[in-house]
Design a binder for this molecule. Sequence first.
Ligand code: ADP
Ligand code: MG
Length: 701
Amino acid sequence: MNNIFDTKIEYLKGVGTVRAEILNKELGVYTFGDLLEQYPFRHEDRTRFYKVDEVINDTTAVQIIGRLTFKNTVGEGRSKRLVASFSDETGEIELVWFRGAKWIEKKLTVGKWYVLYGKPQRFGAKMSFSHPELDEYDPSTPRTQKGGLVPVYHTTEKMKNKGMDSKMLAKLTRTLLENVYRSISETLPEYLIKENDLISKGLAVAWTHFPKSPETLAQASYRLKFEELFFLQLKIIASKAGKRTDKFRGQVFEKIPTFNLFYKEQLPFDLTGAQKRVVREIYNDMRSGYQMNRLLQGDVGSGKTIVAFMCMLMALDNDAQSALMAPTEILSQQHYNGLKPFADEMGVTIALLTGSSKTKERRVIDETLRDGSLKIIVGTHALIEDKVDFYNLGLCVIDEQHRFGVAQRAALWKKKSKAKPHMLVMTATPIPRTLAMTVYGDLEVSIIDELPAGRKPIITWHKFEKGRLRVFGFMKEQIELGRQAYIVYPLIEESETLDYKNLEEGYEAVSRAFPEYKVSIVHGRMKPADKDAEMQRFADGKTHIMVATTVIEVGVNVPNASIMIIENAEKFGLAQLHQLRGRVGRGAEQSYCVLMTGDKLSKDGKVRIQTMVDTTDGFKIADADLKLRGPGDIEGTQQSGVLDLRHADIGQDAALLQYVRGVAEKLIDEDPDLAKEEHGIIKHQQSLLVKKSVTNWSRIS
Ligand code: ADP
Ligand code: MG
């Protein structure tokens, strides 16, 4: 049967070959079906235009058509800002930009008409907008579909450079929906839809892109989450009942002489109780005869790497090789540097393979991997390239899984080995254990819930802008003691350009404030090689201060860095704040984290900041996060990496998850083989889901 959703994306009106290639590469969109599943990550309420005199509260964002009547830069130094007036026939309102003033002023012309979008703020009796979005007003193009919310889609830097922004994706998706809406088939039995008050699949898909109102959006999202969790739970229940088809034969790693030798003679410290437990859990898996699929979860600094190394020794003892894959060059380099001394001590061969490995080195690596003399390979994505092959790959360790897709892990499976390699996925994202069990299902979970002895907990302060001078003073003291400092800026997809401006201005301000020190800057727009080089300079102590966006979030290890300042800390989610803070406190010195915020904090913002000040325990923070998380936050650490959940968020949707679990259990109790006619639709959908994951995997290899 020819399925319209399998139509190549280039055949969609408005796409063509050039754009199709970009969609393939940047978003993994190959077919009509793929594009339909690129769901917006939020919606902007552009349902109505307000008049200036209607702006009376500061709770919702509004859009207004009006004219810029005045602009001027006032103040000096850090208090420098751009003020402007904006008016329509009902009145005038003040706009202000505290950051990026110079750049924004250039873009704005007095006398021109703009569409303003932003959240008003109250200053006493007066309302004003800080950092509103201003788009030139063009009366000939309708700015919104009538009575709808505007979807905001994820795009990449490359796409934006080619003019393929969120607006264009919205347009393409609209065209697509017009073509395929009637072909979207139902995936749940009629009675379940009725009993649970769900809307149809077709409507849910349409409304999740183009809802008519916040209510329809909520209905759509509820339906899609329900369905997603339902099929996930069915799979988990089936696998628990021994019906799993995805449990593979595994290599048996029984003998462990080298491991024992290392443990008894070479290990430079005592393992924590939690590390010991986890090593045992992994050993039991790896000698079980089944392929291991284990998530190793442990807070930053809990010592996951050494655990991984010890597991690699188990592989080595059984004629198998190990690979450790990390998301960036610098992280791979650090893992390599960290493991090499141990490996050397044990006479174990180890090599590093990244995109910048020299051809000559590569040749040796390729050869020794294939003949089996190289035992441990550490690297980036370069490891999953086709030309890399093994003598017998026995264990894959993946660090910080949330940066890897399921598909990339699957590619590692295809490497030559006597049986599918054991997989150990390491993550610092703390997920409460009870939740993890329900959600990960067949993925086993090991948790390191104990930090090595002797760590000094990081001291965290909350400071406002008026305290900046003292914060900088303290930073100076630390640097004079020989330490290094991080200053981190938030980066939000929707205000990206502005955020980059903040970062650059911050960098200039810091350079001016600390003329005697060397300052590094690192952000996502830099070329990976430049980024790595700059990080390396900081890691080597050649620079004293690192000004960065959240690119440093993932695992950089600079033990000498003892102070971290997080700017606009209220804009970060808890998970991210915790990850960031984990960059300090890695050495012997007392470390500090300073959360800088604006004077006005939302209720949730206050709770987040206070939680950070109160505790350094990742699990406590995860719990607080679970209770708090709302759609307004920046996406924190994505928890869906392992699960590939597209709609539900195991944190936010814990209650729904429990509920759906009940629904699925009841169904399986009554009809374990899904033999009833009304359940045929479920079986059909399950087979489609399996087929889809197979296609996804094959695309990348
Ligand atoms: P993470 O879990 O964040 O990846 P690492 O594996 O990088 O943590 O470990 C952080 C530091 O703690 C490393 O320098 C490591 O050598 C050290 N470490 C690990 N386990 C212990 C232990 N049991 N006792 C003391 N230090 C340890
Ligand atoms: Mg680590």
